[in-house]
Design a protein around this ligand. Structure first.
Ligand code: PFF
Length: 464
């Protein structure tokens, strides 16, 4: 193993880093928003089913391949596909992952940069002034902030610098260290905010909305949306979990790790919903039916609560932390390709790849703003929206991740021998309760379900 590759210091480091990759804007922004749009309860149940039946098994497949090969996605598929039908063509799955990492990072860091701005707005007292009226804040966000190219580019570059800084120092010295500091803070802030929201009058209604299913409101589109989101939120389909899994040894159980990561990710997404719906229910403000709820509606509610400035600052800091541990994993997928396949040193790989993505991301940062800004932003959106930002988002979430996930399921389920996968999953830890169950899910249910997303995209059917 080359020095540039690295290894986690232990199980905790891996779990925190992988959970950090999974928990991000997808949990704290997108999930509450789509849960709201899809009427809560039944949607939440379907989402949990997607995590358990499709996401979990695919995560096991990714970690398994990473741990077995100790390589990043391109090399991992090349090695594993030796002598199999299709042979080296399977490397394409790895390349698709690198492309997805590049694409997602280039716009994800633009949105992540907004959290720095909002933290600053809150701390300087400006947010309190802007947020007195949802319309004023909406106009500020859409027509001033998003349309201000200098600010958009600056925050994007700043966030990319933080990301590059962490990946630069390696698996243990950078990625793991950041995760070990940020993740406990993130959990603590979230628990604090849940306790806070449990004191608000909207708490009970939020719980009912989330956990009382009404299946009559569930649509086919909602099921596909839940499935697509399960992929994004667990960082699946692009080799991020495979890459992180390539830095673990055989002392770590693949099924147990996949279970812990999925459980924490789901828990945090639900906590985010409880917090946001409680504070929204507490006020009489109409929720904007748009993905910008986090940057337009929430502050207008938060400023009515005691300790508003601090509360807002802590809230956006939390989202920034969650986003950072995700952007780190996106850059790691791209950098580890250069390290493993091109033989670059980690520093060279991180700086070069990070800079190229930063420059490309400027196009995303500058494609926002204007009159339709608020409607054109739909992170992880299912519609092709105008502009570079919308196109990148559309390509990644509708094509790269589902196609990658589909191929990973087919490869692991059908091309790798059950003997090998069984050994990798059972592995003396005695935790794999039902290998046959996993094999069924990865062979049949996962490809069918993910295939349905791809077919619906091909047929041009929107999810919502
Ligand atoms: N899982 C992250 C989120 O929910 O925000 C996004 C993400 C990170 C997707 C890393 C893919 C990835 F490789």
């Amino acid at each position: 193993m080359t020095e540039s590759r690295g290894q986690w210091s232990g199980k905790l480091g891996f779990i925190l880093a992988a959970t950090g990759s999974a928990i991000g804007l997808g949990n704290l922004w997108k999930f509450p928003y789509i849960t709201h749009e899809n009427n809560g309860g039944a949607f939440v149940l379907v989402y949990i089913a997607c995590i358990v039946l499709v996401g979990g098994p695919i995560m096991m497949a990714e970690i398994l391949i990473g741990r077995k090969t100790q390589l990043s996605p391109v090399g991992a598929f090349r090695v594993m596909s030796l002598g199999k039908p299709g042979g080296k063509l399977w490397q394409g799955v790895g390349f698709l992952g690198v492309l997805a990492g590049f694409t997602i990072l280039s716009y994800y860091s633009v949105v992540a940069g907004w959290t720095i701005h909002y933290t600053w707005l809150a701390l300087s007292g400006q947010l309190a002034e802007l947020a007195t009226n949802p319309e004023v804040l909406g106009t500020y966000f859409g027509s001033e902030f998003l349309a201000d190219g200098t600010q958009q580019v600056s925050y994007h570059v700043l966030f990319m610098c933080l990301t590059i800084g962490a990946v630069f120092f390696g698996v243990k010295g950078g990625i793991e260290r950041v995760a070990k500091v940020l993740m406990p803070i993130l959990f603590a802030i979230l628990i604090g905010l849940v306790i806070y929201s449990s004191q608000t009058s909207g708490f009970g209604e939020a719980l009912r909305f989330l956990f009382q299913p009404d299946f009559s409101t569930l649509t086919k589109g909602a099921v596909l949306e839940a499935l697509g989101h399960a992929f994004f939120t667990l960082s699946l389909g692009m080799g991020a979990m495979l890459t992180y899994g390539s830095y673990i040894g055989r002392d770590i159980s693949v099924p147990r790790a996949a279970m812990q990561i999925s459980l924490l990710d789901t828990l945090i997404a639900l906590m985010a919903c409880v917090i946001m719906f409680s504070i929204i229910n507490t006020s009489d403000i109409e929720v904007a039916k748009s993905a910008t709820i986090l940057f337009t509606t929430i502050p207008t509610v938060l400023i009515k609560l005691p300790g508003a400035d601090i509360l807002n600052a802590v809230f956006y800091l939390l989202i920034g932390f969650a986003a950072l541990t995700s952007t780190i994993s996106l850059l790691e997928v791209v950098s580890s390709y250069a390290i493993d396949e091109l033989g670059w040193s980690r520093r060279r790989a991180t700086l070069t790849m990070g800079s190229v993505i930063t420059v490309f991301g400027v196009l995303n940062a500058l494609s926002l703003g204007g009159n339709d800004a608020l409607t054109s932003i739909n992170l992880i959106g299912r519609e092709s929206t105008a502009g570079v930002f919308g196109t990148m988002d559309y390509l990644a979430s509708n094509w790269f991740l589902p196609v990658g996930g589909f191929l990973i399921a087919i490869f692991t389920g059908w091309l790798l021998s059950p003997k090998l996968t069984r050994t990798e999953l059972e592995d003396g830890h005695g935790l794999m309760k039902s290998f046959t169950g996993w094999l069924f899910l990865i062979r049949f249910l996962a490809p069918l379900a993910v295939g349905a997303i791809i077919v619906s995209v091909i047929l041009g059917k929107e999810y919502q």
